[in-house]
Design a protein around this ligand. Structure first.
Ligand SMILES: CC(C)(COP(=O)(O)OP(=O)(O)OC[C@H]1O[C@@H](n2cnc3c(N)ncnc32)[C@H](O)[C@@H]1OP(=O)(O)O)[C@@H](O)C(=O)NCCC(=O)NCCS
Length: 225
């Protein structure tokens, strides 16, 4: 075995250091995810965005963990998802599996943002989670669904703004989501709201029916608040 040169010793030291830094980075991200999931009052982090009065809408929003959600509200969210998405799922490799979708929507880690008109009519919701994804802490938007009569009035955009504020306040690195590529309305919507193709999105030849989009949070600002 030959003698190690100073250069090779430095290189292995550098590698060890880089590995340690990566471990710290992941542990740090995980601690933010754990803290976010322990919060009991997300509303206080975004309260200025929870009332939406525009385009003839007078809407109030609230956030809850799935276990605290009223059963009738969860049933409505499942039904709206089916009405909005079933056909789109059926026309791609995923297919529509209601049981699987309900299981996903009722997962313990699910958080909900519910938008309701003053009159009581439920208009829109998002299912989101605080999670580690590809080694970074993210707010993953599993669903954003708006009732047909509530669309093109800025409500979907406001729902995303609330998620972005929550991501910033809880030190998530971005809001990330999966979108079907054959859903042009959603594609136009997310892009209009500033979402871009994420580095984790699969290459076209791997999976043409979906893409991963994201919008970065300004974590520097978050750390200062
Ligand atoms: C996609 C969806 C969430 C958008 O919600 P929305 O409340 O209608 O969106 P907004 O009114 O906030 O739209 C903001 C901007 O996005 C773009 N946009 C929204 N819907 C669009 C559409 N159908 N076609 C083209 N651009 C659209 C526009 O630029 C719009 O601004 P403008 O109305 O001033 O032109 C809603 O249409 C929906 O629930 N669709 C069915 C379910 C779905 O596809 N969900 C997303 C996948 S999980």
């Amino acid at each position: 075995m030959g003698k190690k040169t100073t250069a090779s010793v430095n290189k292995s030291k550098e590698k060890r250091l880089a590995r340690k830094q990566e471990q710290y980075r992941i542990a740090d991200g995980m601690s933010h995810v754990t803290s976010a999931n322990k919060l009991t009052d997300l509303a206080s982090l975004c309260k200025e965005l929870l009332v939406y009065r525009s385009n003839d809408l007078d809407v109030e929003m609230y956030t809850q963990r799935v276990k605290d959600l009223d059963k009738s509200v969860l049933d409505w969210a499942i039904d709206l998802t089916e009405r909005n998405m079933k056909k789109l799922y059926e026309t791609c490799a995923w297919g529509w599996n209601k049981e699987k979708k309900v299981e996903e929507m009722m997962d313990d880690s699910a958080w909900y943002l519910i938008a309701k008109e003053k009159s009581g009519t439920l208009l829109a919701f998002s299912h989101f989670r605080f999670d580690m994804d590809f080694g970074i802490p993210v707010l993953y938007c599993y669903e954003v669904q708006v009732e047909a009569e509530g669309r093109r009035r800025g409500l979907g955009q406001r729902v995303l703004s609330v998620l972005e504020k929550l991501a910033l306040a809880t030190r998530m690195r971005c809001v990330r989501l999966t979108a079907l590529t054959h859903n042009p309305a959603a594609s136009a919507f997310f892009r209009a709201c500033g979402y871009v193709l994420d580095e984790t999105s699969p290459a076209l030849e791997e999976a043409a029916h979906y893409e991963i989009l994201s919008k970065a949070t300004d974590s520097t600002e978050a750390q200062e608040t």
